[in-house]
Ligand binder design. Structure first.
Ligand code: ZN
Length: 151
């Protein structure tokens, strides 16, 4: 389990590799079993794909949610690995390109909304090293968690 959250683009590239690498996906992206099934557009999700260094971090989050009986709060999956620009930008790659971020419950916690996950869920993610988009200063993104700061 990775216990140091990188800060800024240089550290992100150092820890997780450069997304300019044409073999990035083959080198770093791996499927892992979800501790409990989520839903993606109504379809059951039992595996997700993430950066291999974060498999234990993501697994710990969902195991802990399950252990504490909080699965009802985290049912709808919005994706981890997505090669795209940050929403609202035409140039800045999204942290989802590194597969180090996850979106959950998009309908309940849309971009820009002040709605946010419960303190229990926030703490579970923080304990696994993730920063919460609901705490972002420039623009709230309460569906979003990322294993980096300063980007
Ligand atoms: Zn996101």
């Amino acid at each position: 389990m990775l216990d140091k959250t990188p800060n800024g683009l240089a550290e992100i590239n150092q820890v997780f590799g450069s997304i300019d690498d044409p073999n990035f996906e083959n080198k770093y992206i791996r499927a892992f079993p979800m501790p409990y099934a989520l839903l993606y557009n109504g379809q059951t999700v039992v595996h997700a794909r993430c950066h291999y260094l974060l498999i234990d971090n993501f697994t710990q989050v969902f195991q802990e949610i399950q252990k504490r009986g909080l699965c009802d709060q985290v049912k709808n999956y919005g994706g981890i690995y997505q090669v795209r620009k940050e929403r609202g930008s035409t140039t800045k790659p999204s942290v989802h390109c590194w597969a180090i971020a996850i979106d959950l419950e998009e309908d309940k916690y849309p971009l820009g909304s002040t709605a946010r996950f419960s303190d229990d869920i926030v703490q579970i993610f923080k304990d696994a090293g993730f920063a919460y988009g609901g705490d972002f200063v420039h623009r709230l993104d309460p569906m979003h968690w990322q294993f980096c700061t300063g980007y």
